[in-house]
Each structure stands twice: as C-alpha cells, then as structure tokens.
Design a protein around this ligand. Structure first.
Ligand code: ZN
Length: 329
C-alpha cells in the first residue's frame, strides 16, 4: 500500500477528509506525520477466524463453489493469513479448477492452493501450527489473568493470538489514565504481568519457548530502573546509578558512563534479581490459583483467536480458587 496523497492546497475548513493507508509507517516522510496532517491512526491487524471467513466470502463471489466447500473450515486452517493471502488462495484454487476444465471450485483445489500459497505466505506472514497456537493461547491467558487480578493494572481490553509482526499474540489493557507518577506497587505489578506469559507456558507444557524474550527484557529493564533510577531498593538507596537512558551522549566513552564500582554493581544485580524473583513467585501463585480460568481462556482463544473484555471477564464468573501450598514466599 502506498500513500498517494498530495498534502498541499487544502484550507482548514474545506470539509475534506483525507484517508491513506500504508504498511510501512517506518519509512514515511516525517512531514506527513506532523500534527494537523494525519491526526488519527487506525491500526488494522490481521483478521481473526470470523474476519477470515467474511473475507473469503467476499473473494468467493463470482467463483462458483461446489457444495462441499466449507469456508468456515478454510478460515480455521488459515491462521496468520492476511486478506491478500486469502484472496490469493482462492485465485490459485480457481486456476487449478480451470486447468482441470472445471467451472466449479472443489475443496481439493483449495487444499492444493493452500500448499502453494501457504509456502509463499510462510515467508511473509507465517502459517501458525496448532501447537504454536496452543502455546500462544496459554501464554496470553497468563498475561491476561494477571492484568485482571492485580489491582493497579488492566482491565483487559482484548486478548489475541493472531500473529502480528514478530509477536505471536498480544494482551491489551484499557488505555491508562494520564497519571503523573508511577508507583512502586504498580511497577511491581507490571513486572508480574510481563512474567505471566512464560509462567503459564511452564505450568501447562512443563517446558518453555523463546517466545517470552521480549517480556523478560521488559521486566528486567523495569526492575533495573526501580533500583538504579527511582530509589526503590532499600539496599541500594536513593542514589541514581548510571545515566538516564533517554539522554544521548554522542561519542561518550562507555567506560565513563559507569560511575560506580564493582561492589555496587553486584548489589544492583542482586536487587534486580530479587525483585524479578519475588514478582515471579507471586505471579505464579496467582496463575495457579486461577488454573481453571487459564484453561477456559486458552480454549476460548484457540476457538475465536481474539476475545474482548466482556468475554474475558465472564470466564471469572464460575472461577473456583485453587489453593496451592508450593512456592510460598
Ligand atoms: Zn508475552
């Protein structure tokens, strides 16, 4: 998609709405993103199961389908496909039918087209295996439960296991209120939420994936900031160590940025580890107490791929707390 808009020549009150689409926001001319130009941005992600079925219906128009073709089933097996991939899939199937001198598309054409398009799409948008889908579902359910249970974060706005970019899925809380300060309690809860995905994987699969690296990075960064910037560790005290990451010192020698000795560095590392470890234990206990919700949420995600706030919160209605004695702090 390309931005093909001439931005000059409009007055403020001419009642003209300019819409444009791009899949490369990163390379847009910054001038186009200045205030007063494109003020609203709408992210259009990849379609969920229902979306894919509707898109298939659109592209199936004008293509006679045999009765055995089940668009819903095709939608189920094409997780990760974009609208363009789905269009391509039906076009390829139509070519296969034409080669066979048939006027009607058969399910078999679609299966063959799927292999062809699927391999091409695997490079671009990756076809998600059932196993990956299951892992992502439990991973996101882990994040979502903590968002819901912990008082200063959340509530959950939507949970999705539709792959976007390099992420397998996402859990999105409602947008935060504008608050001037972040509290220590809230920061700890954010670290717990970050760890929730990995913890859920551990509980269910007794094994872990590399999928949580971004979460772990975020949790470590936050814990380190608590210790070195916000004076939230009693052992380290109210001293800032290291420099603000926001400040950029061009050409500054790395050796000079460390204004403290190895002993302090060790204490900082220990404190960061202690914070993350404590958050891990607390988060794991909460998820274990909600193991029934973990399962019902993952099942719903596997079925629908994306769920909203109401559907998610309904899962807690029949929740029966499970008491575990292990991992007590
Ligand atoms: Zn995660």
């Amino acid at each position: 998609n390309q931005l093909l808009v001439e931005m000059d020549g409009f007055g403020v009150n001419e009642g003209i709405i300019v819409m444009a689409a791009t899949n490369r926001v990163d390379i847009l001319d910054p001038a186009i993103l200045r205030p007063g130009r494109f003020d609203r941005k709408v992210m259009v992600g990849r379609p969920d199961i229902k979306g894919r079925e509707e898109i298939l219906k659109v592209h199936a128009k004008g293509k006679p389908l045999s009765e055995e073709i089940n668009l819903q089933q095709i939608a189920q097996t094409t997780a990760g496909f974009t609208g363009a991939d789905l269009e391509n899939l039906l076009n390829e199937a139509a070519i296969l039918a034409a080669k066979d001198n048939r006027v009607f598309l058969k399910q078999d054409d679609i299966k063959k087209a799927f292999v062809k398009v699927g391999i091409g799409a695997e490079k671009k948008s990756r076809v998600i295996s059932e196993k990956e889908k299951r892992i992502t579902a439990f991973h996101e359910a882990g994040h979502a439960i903590l968002f819901h249970v912990l008082p200063d974060v959340g509530p959950v706005y939507s949970v999705s296991i539709i792959p976007t970019g390099s992420a397998g899925g996402y859990t999105m809380p409602l947008p935060e209120k504008d608050e001037m300060f972040n509290t220590k309690g809230k920061m700890l809860q954010n670290i717990m939420v970050d760890l929730g995905g990995r913890i859920a994987e551990e509980i269910i699969f007794k094994d872990v994936t590399t999928g949580a690296s971004q979460d772990i990075k975020q949790a470590s960064k936050l814990a380190r900031a608590m210790v070195t910037q916000y004076g939230m560790s009693d052992r380290v005290g109210m001293i800032q160590y290291g420099s603000d990451e926001d400040e950029v010192f061009i050409g500054r020698d790395l050796a000079h940025t460390k204004s403290y000795g190895n002993e302090i560095a060790d204490v900082i590392d220990e404190e960061v580890k202690r914070i993350v470890d404590e958050c891990y234990t607390k988060a794991k206990n909460i998820i274990l107490e909600h193991e029934d919700v973990l399962h019902s949420c993952a099942a719903l995600l596997i079925e629908k791929e994306k769920i909203g706030q109401e559907e998610f919160e309904a899962l807690f209605k029949n929740h029966e707390p499970v008491m575990h004695n292990d991992g007590e702090m």
